[in-house]
Design a protein around this ligand. Sequence first.
Ligand code: ATP
Length: 296
Amino acid sequence: STFVGASFGGIAELYAQIQKAIGATERVFELLDENPEKINSDSNNSKEKIKGNVTFTNVAFSYPTRQEIQVLKDVNFKAEFGQKIAIVGPSGAGKSTISSLLLRFYDITSGEITVDGKNIYDYDLEDLRGNMSIVPQDVILFGGTIRENIAYGKPDATDEEIIQAAKQANAFNFVDGFPEKFETLVGERGVKLSGGQRQRIAIARALLKNPSILILDEATSSLDSESEKLVQEALEVLMEGRTSIIIAHRLSTIRNADKILVLDNGRISEEGTHQELINLENGIYKNLSNLQFSNS
Ligand code: ATP
């Protein structure tokens, strides 16, 4: 029986190690993925606590693979602690690029980006990213349980904290409806979640991580209206008390932003509240707004 016990222990151990290795590999792939939209936030073990003031000054940028095209020519804006800043503009204007630069996925060509007055390239990368979360357009969960996916934002989170985050993110009810609840496997080998459900898991993860700076890349593909409402509610909770940069694809969700930036041809061409921009004669925002609301 000693023999059987030992060999069971060995197999279990080996199995655990393989599982761990698979999980780790998936996470590494996730983090190394070139597509910034696919990168999820890592956990917050930064040593430096950031308040969340962000500035872009004369920022210019070209992707290394397409140097001939200047995606951003001269971008200037300020996001102060606790504000909601929305970036709008035509498809391909460079909205998502701005978030990739803030997260330091690429190096800017010229200009300066600061966080709390300090150049972002002077931060330890782990400290910088540890204080930021991104909820991307299309959330990709790693192969593992729902619990692991949420706890990714804070690996030592207690059950209590995970449940609390899931509740705040409007994820608790659907998770609780699965037979295995938080132990339900997701990812390629697990249950298929809807886009809105995956976003709510990502929101729960971000809530646990508790970042100072939040980047929301709004989903372009429309969620059904019930899911949309649940996601929007969860986002409102998540944005509370943080600096939020919202890459907006629909104007309806950003009417209450503190500041809306209109990105056009590599520059911020208009800046103001919804009310201010809607009053600009021949303004881009005004035109976008007329178009979107007359279509819906
Ligand atoms: P959308 O509203 O369609 O999401 P966007 O305003 O977010 O667009 P970006 O995704 O920032 O625009 O893209 C800006 C420009 O940079 C586009 O011309 C795009 O083709 C190009 N681009 C984006 N990512 C890369 C990349 N990894 N390598 C090379 N070019 C890229």
